[in-house]
Design a protein around this ligand. Structure first.
Ligand SMILES: Nc1nc2c(ncn2[C@@H]2O[C@H](COP(=O)(O)OP(=O)(O)OP(=O)(O)O)[C@@H](O)[C@H]2O)c(=O)[nH]1
Ligand SMILES: [Mg+2]
Length: 461
């Protein structure tokens, strides 16, 4: 797929920074350098790259990511949001308010005009419930009309043609009258291509354009042509005022630079992508999803967002910090249980974490919830003293707690064992990772999600 290489490169750049326990201006600059190389390799326009990096840096400073919990993921979010901006914020959609609305397909030879015309016809009739008419106005060679007729039949859409001798302007005029008369909603006009942008081609297209006065002029560009996309889009846009791009052959291994640059340089949005030769291999272009895909971490982003919204970060951090320091108590454990409950189902959470989806499949949410509730009840039945010093727990106390929480002594014991185990596992994880995991980052940044914390220097592991 297009963008795969860029995606791998960016993932590497970002992975490097997420291995850092602390985000500093220095490792931020290092990451930006990697991002720059990745974009250069993907053949993104130089001015676009420069602006992109400046924006990312400014946003990161503006968000004060250096004092945030898990700052590296914040940086990933900043990079992601800037990619979205680059690709056009929101899906562009088509202007279909006129009846009939006219869509003109233009593009260089072999870029996929005819195929995309049929794909779009299918998409409009399926998704938008439109009665579509295809018009054969590529009269450069007889085979073009035949190709459109075959494609039209395969998507069950009528094709209007007056043969090769009729002339482009005449064909367009007649097709408009026919569409109005026959009550069509949308008319898609297929036109001829050339090897290069030349005056002959532009003259012919301009004539058709003047007659048709289309609401949409869609330029097909081949994803594989890289930076040429920008140059071609620019010349077509000057002559015809493009309303959007269809990027074809996205299923190939294009580097993606042209697609990433074209919006910024020409202001023409990408509206669709073609992802194969078949007529249903065609998708609306969503900048948001594309950016997530490029970064290969769409789900982590929603997880960060969800956590930002729902969790009391301050409280979680304190708990995590004490966990690291070995001063984690049952009270903290209850806090954590409450925090996790706020985020929704356990399996849902696991699914959002890369590599944990298998674990998610093994979890029964009802069991997990019931278990969590029982654990909370047990802790609630303890005195403050007992919560802070579980070692105090004797048999008689355990019976009291079991009765108070409607559980059994066995379950109380199980919880206490689990609590000790968690503490042990945490210590082990800390030793193994040498502090390079998200939890240790949390531990080293107590309560620092908004305000600077005077106790910051006191961290220890
Ligand atoms: N893999 C892949 N092939 C595509 C895609 N879109 C078009 N093609 C193929 O590209 C070739 C050219 O497509 P056409 O639709 O004939 O291109 P055109 O712009 O109409 O070409 P001319 O009319 O000769 O200028 C055909 O073999 C299509 O099957 C796509 O999204 N993916
Ligand atoms: Mg064609």
């Amino acid at each position: 797929m297009a963008f795969d290489q860029l995606s791998n490169r960016l993932a590497l750049a970002v992975k490097k920074i997420s291995g850092q326990s602390k985000l500093t201006e220095k490792n931020m600059d290092e990451m930006l350098r990697e991002v720059r190389l990745a974009l250069l390799e993907a053949d993104v326009n130089l001015t676009v790259i420069q602006q992109f990096l400046t924006d990312v840096k400014e946003k990161a400073i503006g968000m004060d990511v250096y004092t945030k919990v898990n700052p590296s993921q914040m940086v990933v979010k900043v990079v992601h949001d800037e990619l979205v901006t680059l690709l056009g914020e929101k899906e562009a959609g088509l202007n279909l308010t006129h009846k009939p609305s006219y869509i003109m397909m233009v593009g260089l030879q072999g870029t996929g005009k005819t195929t995309s015309a049929a794909k779009l016809a299918l998409w409009l009739s399926k998704k938008e419930n439109k009665r579509v008419l295809l018009v054969a106005a590529d009269l450069a060679r007889p085979a073009a009309i035949e190709q459109l007729k075959i494609l039209g039949a395969s998507v069950d859409v009528e094709v209007f043609s007056m043969g090769i001798e009729a002339g482009v302007v005449n064909t367009v005029k007649e097709s408009m009258a026919y569409a109005i008369n026959q009550n069509f909603d949308t008319v898609i006009v297929d036109t001829a291509g050339r090897l290069h942008v030349d005056d002959d081609l532009m003259d012919e297209l301009k004539q058709a354009y003047t007659v048709l006065r289309p609401q949409e002029v869609l330029l097909t560009v081949d994803a594989m042509t890289g930076q040429d996309i920008v140059t071609v889009a620019d010349s077509f846009n000057k002559a015809l005022k493009l309303s959007g791009l269809i990027v074809t052959k996205f299923d190939g291994d294009a580097r993606g630079g042209g697609v990433l640059s074209v919006r910024k340089v020409t202001s023409v949005p990408v509206k669709f992508v073609g992802t194969g030769e078949k007529t249903d291999e065609f998708e609306l272009f969503y900048p948001e999803r594309m950016a997530s895909r490029i970064l290969g971490m769409g789900d982590v982003l929603s997880l960060v967002e969800k956590a930002e919204e729902k969790m009391d970060l301050e409280a979680s951090m304190k708990g995590a910090q004490r966990l690291m320091q070995g001063t984690f108590t049952l009270e903290d454990m209850m806090d954590q249980l409450n925090q996790v409950a706020k985020l929704g189902s356990i399996s849902g959470l696991l699914k959002m974490m890369p590599g944990a989806s298998q674990m998610a499949a093994q979890i029964n949410d009802d069991d997990a919830n019931a278990q969590m509730k029982r654990s909370k009840a047990i802790i609630q039945s303890m005195t403050v003293e007992e919560r802070q010093q579980p070692d105090l727990m004797r048999a008689s106390r355990k019976v009291r707690i079991a009765n108070g929480s409607g559980t059994s002594v066995a379950e109380v014991n199980k919880l206490l064992t689990q609590f000790e185990k968690t503490k042990e596992q945490m210590k082990m994880m800390m030793r193994m990772s040498g502090g390079n995991n998200p939890l240790s980052q949390m531990a080293s940044k107590p309560g620092s999600n908004t305000r600077p914390n005077p106790n910051k220097k006191k961290k220890k592991r």
